[in-house]
Design a binder for this molecule. Structure first.
Ligand code: LLP
Length: 420
């Protein structure tokens, strides 16, 4: 459920008509709904807290790292799952307490590990024995102890797009399942490391609970093996990955279904469970507002050329992802069309042969479900602007990330004097 709906034939974000934002800020622009974000944050948190004992929920910052979004989630009691020093600084800047921060990522640099230690973050999710050895040494040298868990690759097929699957043996994530218990034993005895459990994350946009359940069950078996070897296990991190519907008739597990499954699998674990949801919180809380530049006849269907492009919303080009396309003031007529951006490559295609509202040059439209992995993956390819972001709250709205114009990017470039 979201707060983007039609009032008097015009698409609104909460009570704000989208044409008002387009007129003031220009297009393309991401528009987030505060009420939707808050609702999703609460529904997910309430589902987990009623089924489980004091779970720790860390929002996956990568899905939407906007400072205002993080601030809102900090107020809802969320921690942060970060994968870079940059994300860590954002989470801290948004007021997320350091102890609520989980540091994931397969390639944390020495500088990032040190910054995490000095900031006192809550947990390092180790992706290799080498990383654990380095972290232990860095912590010891500073008289600190790093709380950590070992991420395991359970070799489970998540059943999602190959580029966002992370839990198969051939993926770079986690340590091989069969070697994890022995590795845990070696790392657990290192001074400077408080190795307190395991982590798993098998992929994103998961439409079924079964692969997650299989992965969690495997993780539980490993936990029992580790305990039997005399190690204490107090924290188990179950990652993120619950998908959201991008099409009206898509059926996805609800937060309650997910929580019930987790409670069933982990009932006797006796640990603090940790979660790293991203898309399920932020996905439906944003749209990408765009204007039709022109409509050009094609051989099979017309091309609707919009002013948003693959640099603003990369998901269709990268993962063949579907984002619903809606006219902001629909006429009631429908057409079959290709929806494309202005970038000079054919991958700049949002949809082919799609049944859409009939639109004309100058009309406004949105790509829905763009709040997760939208603005955060934007770039300036073709020397386009970096897309701005707006947050709506009832009848008011604010720019929460300014457009960065090509001129500002040009101004940061230099021609060496030996080229003059
Ligand atoms: N935890 C870890 C360790 C992750 O790698 C991810 C996502 C998450 C949590 C959050 O997953 P979520 O709940 O959002 O599914 N750019 C892609 C998605 C990449 C996901 C990367 N990892 C897309 O646009 O679909």
């Amino acid at each position: 459920m979201d707060h983007f709906a039609f009032t008097d034939g015009v698409l609104h974000a909460e009570q704000v008509p989208l044409p008002a934002i387009a007129e003031a800020v220009g297009t393309p622009v991401y528009v987030y709904s505060r009420a939707t974000l808050t609702r999703h944050a609460r529904v997910f948190r309430d589902a987990l807290t009623s089924a489980l004992d004091k779970p720790h929920i860390a929002f996956a910052v990568k899905s939407n790292p906007n400072l205002a979004v993080l601030k809102l989630l900090a107020k809802e009691g969320y921690g942060a799952d970060v994968v870079s020093g940059g994300e860590m600084e954002r989470a801290l800047a948004a007021g997320i307490p350091a102890e609520g921060i989980v540091f994931s990522g397969v390639g944390k640099t020495t500088a990032e590990l040190v910054r995490g230690l000095e900031a006192g973050i809550g947990q390092f999710n180790l992706e290799s024995e080498e990383e654990g050895i380095e972290l232990a040494a860095l912590a010891t040298a500073r008289g600190l102890t790093a709380p950590a868990v070992l991420r395991v690759n359970p070799d489970v097929d998540a059943g999602t797009h190959g580029k966002i699957s992370t839990g198969k043996a051939e993926n770079k994530f986690g340590v091989p399942y069969d070697r994890a218990a022995a590795m845990f034993g070696r790392l657990a005895v290192l001074p400077g490391l408080n190795l307190r459990g395991l982590a798993v994350h098998i992929g994103s946009q998961l439409s079924k609970l079964d692969p997650m359940e299989a992965a969690f069950a495997r993780l539980g078996d490993l936990m029992h093996t580790i305990r039997a070897a005399g190690h204490e296990v107090s924290h188990m991190d179950l990652g993120g990955g619950v998908g959201v519907p991008y099409k009206a008739d898509d059926v996805f597990p609800s937060p309650e279904d997910y929580a019930t499954m987790v409670a069933r699998v982990t009932g006797n674990w006796g640990v603090t469970l940790m979660f790293e949801p991203g898309r399920i919180i932020s996905g439906n809380s944003g749209v990408l507002l765009t204007q039709v530049v022109r409509v050009k006849p094609g051989v099979t269907s017309p091309f609707v050329i919009v002013d948003a492009a693959m640099n603003d919303l990369a998901r269709p080009a990268l993962y063949d992802a579907w984002h619903d396309f809606l006219a902001v003031t629909p006429s009631g007529e429908r057409t079959t069309a290709h929806i494309v951006g202005p970038i000079c490559e054919s991958s700049d295609t949002f949809a082919m042969g799609r049944d859409i509202d009939t639109v004309q040059a100058g009309d406004l439209a949105v790509f829905r479900t763009a709040g997760a992995y939208g603005a955060t993956m934007a770039n300036t390819y073709n020397s386009r602007a970096l897309v701005p972001e707006v947050m709506v709250d009832g009848d008011k709205w604010a720019v929460v990330a300014q457009r960065i114009d090509p001129a500002a990017i040009l101004a940061a470039e230099r021609v060496p004097d030996w080229l003059e």
